[in-house]
Write a protein that binds this ligand. Structure first.
Ligand code: NAD
Length: 524
């Protein structure tokens, strides 16, 4: 990084070829201030659009994503090193899937709801309005640079907000989001992109967005929450994970091993919900590890020693960053020093981002590889005896993002799913909850809080406003002043009549009528 007039300039390179792609400046304070002013102005226009009109703007983007998918994927691959299959399935496919679901669901979720009004409020009506918050700041990580930017931004926009998105400084995809948004004359202003690193992120928060949707590491999440607390800005934190897969001894080993491999190695393990720990019930442990090891040896990874030609040809792409590769190495070193055995892989090509899929056994919870987020193509496998022990091992983590349970016995699988301290569980698959936009996504414990997608995720970008409507008449409410001993006695009797286990409707009606009558006559 070099500095021009104190504004950091970054060089973005292809992690595989190391070829420089472009240089990019961080936004200066004036640009940031202007983007908030622009957001405020456009937000007034967005809130006047119906949800269906907002959907129509997003559909223009959807058409563009489909038509130009190969070029867009090439841009993502250049900066991340992921395989083309991963880029298609977990970035573009997922974005289109979310749009497809919310084009029908959003108008229903966001329409005004008439809700129950209790009998003591007879004659009144109760409603909930779902209104925008204002300007939403979306801060994104580098592992799914397009998905993480567009999905929260689209949901925030559908809820009527203006959006400012700050991509990761590692994979800014310079100009790509703007190029995509250009296809809607409305969205190109409604969602603005501001480039830069964490200092830029801090400056954006100083400008007081009305909500922050943050996806990234636990450490950054804590700092963002601390800064946001100064102005009580609401935050959703989608943070790291240490996903466990629990495999019971009644599974089909071949199918399960295939699922586990994909869950651990997709996106080269650089996914917040990739499998980071596998627990296998003792009866099938040896067979499972043997099968897994044979299968892994046949995978085509980007590691050059394993025949890498291009992202088109490989099952597993490369790592995106040097710092993450170093984290993997340090976790492996720690594990081996403490007695872990490397069954396959374990060493990256010197100085390169190609990390082979790695299988480890003889691991335990004293090792970082079983406790800290590794975020790479590493699969440590441990044995467990009973359901109780399996659940305890899976829950022995500071993280609580997602997990998977593998068993033919679906009653047991659901029972275990209830006991896992996570936000998402896939049964007989991994990360599958994320493939359904009707399901909320988010974590517990140090994996953060808040939910993306589903009704919950869309409503998280709303001011959920309660409305109660009374008529304009002469009547004074019985609980208004003056508060006389007679009224007190009546209210007390009314409470007993209405809320005792067996309600006394006759008594309730009589007292209610009397109270109402007093309300009509009494005035201060
Ligand atoms: P990171 O926390 O280093 O950075 C994420 C973003 O936050 C970047 O845009 C960065 O510039 C910005 N940032 C960092 N510090 C900031 C600050 N103090 N104020 C404002 N902005 C700040 O994370 P990363 O390395 O880019 O991403 C990897 C992490 O993201 C992993 O832990 C992974 O598990 C997590 N992740 C979570 C999810 C999820 O949905 N739960 C999804 C993807 C990635």
């Amino acid at each position: 990084m070099t500095a021009t007039e104190n504004i950091p300039m970054r060089t973005i390179s292809n992690p595989i070829t190391e070829k420089k792609l472009y240089e990019i400046n961080d936004a200066d304070p004036e640009t940031i201030k202007n983007s908030f002013a622009k957001a405020k102005k456009i937000q007034a226009a967005i809130r006047n659009l119906s949800v269906k009109e907002r959907v129509n703007e997003i559909l223009k983007i959807n058409d563009y994503l489909i038509e130009h998918r190969e070029n867009i994927l090439t841009r993502i691959i250049e900066e991340t090193g992921k395989s083309r299959f991963d880029a298609l399935s977990s970035e573009l496919f997922e974005i289109c899937d979310v749009i497809d679901y919310f084009k029908g669901a959003a108008p229903k979720i966001l329409e005004t709801k008439n809700v129950h009004t209790p009998i003591v409020l007879m004659g009144k009506k109760s409603k909930i309005f779902f209104e925008p918050l204002g300007t939403v700041l979306v801060i994104t990580p580098w592992n799914y640079p397009l998905y993480q930017a567009l999905v929260p931004s689209f949901l925030a926009f559908l809820s009527g907000n203006a959006v400012i998105v700050k991509p990761s400084e590692v994979t800014p995809l310079k100009g790509l989001i703007e190029e995509i948004l250009e296809k809607s004359s409305f969205l190109k202003d409604a969602i603005q992109v501001v480039y830069g690193g964490k200092e830029t992120g801090k400056m954006l928060i100083e400008n007081r967005p009305d909500k922050i949707h943050f996806t990234g590491s636990v450490g950054s999440g804590k700092k963002i929450m601390e800064q946001a607390s100064q102005n009580l800005i609401p935050v959703d934190l989608e943070l790291g994970g240490k996903d466990a897969a629990l495999i019971f001894d009644d599974v089909n080993i071949e199918r399960t091993a295939n699922g586990i491999m994909w869950g651990a190695f997709t996106n080269c393990g650089q996914s917040c919900t990739s499998i980071e720990r596998v627990y296998v019930q003792e009866k099938i442990y040896d067979d499972f590890v043997k099968f897994l090891s044979e299968k892994i040896s046949k995978l085509n990874s980007s590691s050059e020693k394993r025949n890498y030609k291009s992202p088109e040809d490989c099952d597993i792409g490369s790592m995106t960053t040097e710092f993450q590769s170093k984290t993997i190495e340090s976790h492996l070193q720690d594990a081996v020093l403490k007695g872990a055995k490397v069954i396959f892989g374990g060493k990256r090509e010197d100085g390169k981002m190609h990390f082979p899929p790695t299988l480890l056994t003889h691991v335990n919870h004293e090792m970082k590889i079983m406790t800290d987020e590794t975020f790479g193509p590493v699969l440590p496998v441990m044995k467990f005896k009973t359901e109780e022990e399996g659940v305890a091992l899976a829950n022995d983590s500071i993280y609580g993002l997602s997990a998977s349970v593998w068993s033919k016995d679906l009653n047991r699988a659901e029972r275990v799913a209830h006991r896992l301290e996570v936000g998402n569980v896939s049964i007989n698959s991994h990360m599958l909850t994320e493939a359904n936009p009707a399901l909320p996504f988010g974590g517990v414990k140090q994996s953060g809080f808040g939910r993306l997608k589903s009704d919950h995720g869309l409503l998280s970008f709303c001011n959920i406003k309660s409305i109660i409507i009374d008529v304009q008449g002469k009547k004074i409410e019985p609980h208004w002043y003056p508060q006389t001993p007679t009224k007190y006695k009546m209210l007390s009797d009314l409470m007993v009549a209405l809320f005792s286990r067996s309600k006394n409707w006759v008594r309730f009606a009589l007292i209610g009528l009397k109270l109402d009558n007093i309300g009509t006559k009494e005035k201060i």
